[in-house]
Design a protein. Structure first.
Length: 155
């Protein structure tokens, strides 16, 4: 009986290894189909963006709200048996623009994302917030992701 309980604990411990923000993004976050952006660019991958609200900052005045989001990017090939992967983006905030770049590399994507440091609702609620706008250049394929972050402007 003890060995069965130990086996059950070891087996179920793998279920909790998912990032809590990923669980939140899948359960009640938002999903954006990034392939719908930049229709003039030929897409080599199916790319989806999942957002999860973060509640670690207190940026609202006299109320509660989402100050920023964490993001996950899922990628899949268009093959008969697609290869897939999911990545957590390092940048947190709120995405305000998406722009694909043309690439000739098979099964890869280059996407520029523009982030506000805080959500638009937080900025509307609290005028004292210092917002930083960042452009994140993403190069992604099935096996890796590269994020290059540029500060665009302060507001």
């Amino acid at each position: 009986m003890r060995s069965f309980i130990l086996f059950f604990i070891v087996l179920t411990s793998g279920c909790v290894s998912l990032d809590n923000n990923l669980q939140n993004a899948l359960a009640f976050g938002e999903r954006k189909e990034l392939n719908e952006y930049s229709p003039n660019v030929d897409k080599q991958l199916l790319v989806r963006l999942y957002s999860s609200p973060l509640y670690k900052d207190h940026c609202f005045i006299e109320t509660h709200g989402t100050c920023k989001y964490s993001y996950f990017l899922s990628v899949a090939t268009f093959d008969e048996y697609p290869e897939t992967n999911i990545y957590k983006l390092k940048t947190e905030g709120e995405i305000i623009a998406v722009n694909w770049k043309q690439t000739d590399v098979i099964d890869s994507a280059e996407i520029d994302l523009v982030f506000n440091q805080f959500s638009m609702r937080a900025l509307e609620n609290n005028a004292s917030l210092m917002n930083h706008e960042q452009r994140v250049q993403i190069k992604v394929n099935i096996s890796e992701i590269v994020e290059v972050i540029d500060l665009v402007k302060d507001r």
